[in-house]
Design a protein around this ligand. Structure first.
Ligand SMILES: [Zn+2]
Length: 502
């Protein structure tokens, strides 16, 4: 009797899970249809942002445009989080779970380029440009959030979907501050998106920890020939710091990376410099190791000051924890990547990609036809300050295929395609995977619980601590002068289009 009863219950359970899975599929399909019918609007969002091309901390017109776009489709928008005038937080819905899309929209210096031209042809000479394609992030985030909102309305789903556009990702600035201000403390999970040349997700450590700091030495000036014994040479301190770190290198773990540039190096040889400055980036495969290396670097700076009779001032400019990909969320994202599949590239797009690759002296492999296999994404050596978010709540990451393989970011060549049909198709595909993953999280408490369990396990031995000094403040002046110099000329190229989502 008991066996029959339990078999019956099991069958009922199976039936329920089939019904709910079918329902989930139906919801995802509706989201996909909404995204497809808004393909032109999505492209408009990405393209408008491309021409704004604002540097970190100065994303004023970009966030104004996103605020208007998101408010027009019913989202509540708050600007200015954690003291960043260009931090935008948009949200819709009510109650739990709260799932937040984490991304950025800043451009890079000297990246201005005429879209589609594989010859170097800046739109505005010397101006910033989207030579990584963060403009596409805005398109994907808005599209997915909008589609999910529509599905939630239709099915009366509880929960909240949010987007956090963090300022100045390219300089690793804002996320440690956003975390410190508690912006993510009520969120149940986060999804990070980034442009790539293919679909991929990953779990475990996804990239490197980094701390960027400027060391300024103050000495005493004197004539190099008349009274050098009265001088205290601040550039000597810079040099000794450099030498000291080179001695240390041998005793650091092989995984470390450290690089520096001398930003103030004196005036002319017969003036003993009373001011010297050196700017360092210290990186390692995980945050505690990077911090350990950094603390040794600070000791070396103190030693250099002592040796030269100068004084030393340190400013932490930026920092990032390595991104921690939550395995449970990565598995969910991968299922959605497999469901959506890579965009169907046209013969024309393939030909353009191959011609472009050939022109750059690369192998003409064309565009990627299928997603990266699960588990095949190695830890990268670069850093992204959204890493700090990932050690505070379960986070999945998604790269979407919207650029040409082999074309390196942070190079004007990568500014050729972020408004092309390749980027547009990638935005649509990326938005579908993001929307489907949001729906998974919004409709499955079990998935959220499992992701939280995975998070607790992953962070048990490495609790988050901030790299930020207690008195650190957002660098409000960062890039202001450069952006104000170029914006009037750049404005002539603005698209002045308004997306009309339906
Ligand atoms: Zn980026």
């Amino acid at each position: 009797m008991n066996r029959i009863l339990s078999a019956g219950l099991a069958a009922l359970g199976l039936l329920c899970s089939i019904v709910s899975e079918a329902q989930v599929d139906e919801r995802k399909q509706i989201a996909f249809d909404i995204i497809e019918r808004n393909a032109d609007q999505i492209a408009t969002v990405g393209d408008v942002l491309y021409y704004h091309a604002e540097l970190g901390m100065q994303e004023l017109e970009s966030t104004k445009f996103l605020q208007e776009t998101l408010e027009a489709v019913g989202f509540k928008v708050e600007m200015g989080g954690a003291g960043f005038p260009t931090h935008l937080w948009a949200q819709w819905g009510s109650g739990k779970p709260l799932i937040v899309i984490v991304t950025e929209i800043d451009a890079l210096p000297e990246g201005s380029q005429t879209p589609g031209s594989i010859e170097r042809k800046p739109l505005v000479k010397g101006a910033p440009g989207h030579m990584e394609g963060h403009n596409t992030h805005g398109a994907v985030a808005v599209a997915a959030a909008y589609a999910v909102k529509r599905v939630m309305e239709l099915y009366k789903l509880p929960g909240t979907v949010a987007i956090s556009f963090g300022p100045a990702e390219e300089q690793l600035v804002s996320r440690p501050f956003l975390v410190r201000a508690g912006l993510f403390k009520d969120a149940d999970a986060a999804l990070i998106i980034h442009i790539g040349d293919n679909f991929s997700t990953g779990h475990g450590l996804q990239n490197y920890a980094a701390i960027s700091a400027k060391f300024t030495f103050h000495g005493k000036t004197a004539h190099g020939a008349v009274n050098p014994w009265e001088g205290r040479d601040a550039v000597d301190a810079v040099e000794l710091m450099d030498m000291g770190f080179d001695k240390l290198r041998e005793h650091l773990r092989p995984s470390q990376r450290a690089h520096r540039t001398i930003t103030i190096g004196g005036i002319q040889p017969n003036i003993i410099p009373d001011l010297g400055q050196i700017w360092w980036f210290v990186r390692d495969a995980n945050a505690p190791w990077a911090k350990e290396n950094f603390d040794k670097l600070v000791d070396i700076a103190r030693g250099a000051a002592l040796m030269t009779g100068t004084t030393m001032e340190m400013e932490v400019v930026a920092s990032a924890w390595p991104q921690l990909g939550n395995r449970v969320l990565a598995e969910a994202i991968q299922k959605n990547i497999d469901l959506v599949g890579n965009p169907k590239w046209s013969a024309e797009e393939e030909k353009f990609a191959k011609d472009f690759q050939s022109a750059l002296g690369l192998k003409a492999v064309g565009l990627n036809a299928s997603p990266v296999k699960f588990g095949a994404r190695p830890q990268a050596f670069a850093s992204n300050d959204s890493g700090d978010v990932t050690w505070n709540l379960p986070t999945g990451n998604l790269n979407f295929p919207a650029s040409v393989p082999g074309v390196n970011y942070h190079n004007w060549q990568a500014a050729v395609t972020p408004t092309s049909s390749i980027a547009h198709k990638g935005e649509v595909a990326g938005a579908k995977v993001l929307a489907a993953s949001l729906l998974d999280l919004l409709t499955s408490p079990a998935l959220v619980a499992k992701a939280k369990e995975q998070f607790r396990e992953d962070t048990r031995d490495t609790p988050y601590f901030s790299f930020l000094p207690a008195d650190a403040k957002p660098p409000l002046e960062l890039n202001r002068e450069m952006m104000e110099r170029f914006r009037p000329e750049m404005r002539k190229h603005y698209l002045n289009r308004t997306p009309q989502f339906n």
